[in-house]
Design a protein around this ligand. Structure first.
Ligand SMILES: [Zn+2]
Length: 101
């Protein structure tokens, strides 16, 4: 499992966050997927209550804030910005989408 990212490239036009890992693999994470899989307390509570988290496909990342060297805090165009995405979580999301090259 890739542990640390070497490079982050935000393709805002296509709505994809590209993560290049230290082992050379690359994941392309759609912004809408990242928003849908937010793990902040409010989203987790919604999930537990069985509610669907409505996310527009056109949602975009508006800011990425590194959290020391552990991961990212992502801010979205719908105003949601409390989710923390540890590197291991981003790697797991990427692995769901595509086998590691
Ligand atoms: Zn959230």
């Amino acid at each position: 499992m890739p542990a640390t990212p070497e490079a982050l490239t935000d393709h805002s036009a296509s709505g994809v966050l590209e993560v290049r890992w230290s082992d050379g693999s690359v994941h392309e994470l759609p912004h809408a997927l990242l928003r849908r899989r937010c793990r902040c307390a409010a989203c987790e509570q919604q999930r537990r209550s069985g509610a669907t988290i409505a996310v527009a496909e056109g949602v975009r990342l508006t800011a990425l804030h590194p959290i020391s060297n552990q991961g990212l805090n992502l801010v979205f165009s719908d105003g949601h910005g409390r989710g923390i995405y540890p590197w291991a979580y981003l790697a797991a999301l990427g692995a769901e989408l595509s086998p590691v090259a």
